[in-house]
Design a protein around this ligand. Structure first.
Ligand code: FE2
Ligand code: FE2
Length: 191
């Protein structure tokens, strides 16, 4: 019975995309489409708004889509372990960087009094998330304050503290892991 459910889920995902899709988080071997995590985000994952994030580079070596999956999955795991709201963590994580502008261009054109990119993109992501799905007060807080302490106002929920840490943790992994892999390949190639 379980295998039937799993194959149905994969079929749904492949139908939306036209081909089979693997969904993985950085430094994890787990296929997320067959993980309990997937049930929390399966109504969001194939939507056009998230698909567009696959075309945007994020943290130099990855895409904004992959970064959102990474933050979503690890926030879910940590919140589940801490007996917090893991479902909201998965959803807010997936939507926390749902914006499309270029950070460098924004900073170049920014005028005095305008919000910093750190605050601005979080509010835009929150607004975009709200247009896409129902967003609970907890999820709103997680999205809008994921850049804390660079944003105004302290997190209002424990889950928000989790996402602030996981977002930075994933950024470090996304920047360092490809570089370390490249170094490892270079070293093994020399031997
Ligand atoms: Fe962000
Ligand atoms: Fe982020």
């Amino acid at each position: 019975m379980k295998s039937v459910i799993i194959s149905l889920r994969i079929k749904t995902l492949s139908d939306q995309k036209g081909s089979f899709i693997m969904l993985k988080a950085i430094c994890s071997r787990k296929e997320l489409t067959v993980n309990s995590y997937y049930g929390c985000i399966e109504d969001l994952i194939g939507c056009d708004q998230l698909e567009k994030l696959k075309e945007i580079t994020h943290h130099i070596h990855t895409t904004r889509f992959q970064h959102c999956v990474n933050v979503s999955y690890y926030s879910y795991l940590v919140c589940r372990r801490l007996r917090l709201n893991a479902r909201s963590a998965a959803r807010a994580g997936l939507l926390h960087d749902l914006f499309y502008y270029d950070r460098k261009e924004y900073n170049l054109c920014k005028v005095k009094g305008q919000l910093s990119h750190s605050q601005n993109h979080a509010y835009i992501a929150s607004e975009n998330a709200r247009m896409l799905t129902d967003v609970s007060p907890l999820e709103k807080d997680m999205i809008e304050k994921h850049m804390w302490p660079m944003t105004k106002g302290r997190p209002g929920y424990k889950e928000t503290y989790v996402i602030t840490i996981i977002d930075k943790y994933c950024a470090v992994l996304e920047f360092c892991v490809p570089k370390l892999k490249k170094m490892g390949m270079a070293i093994s190639g020399k031997k």
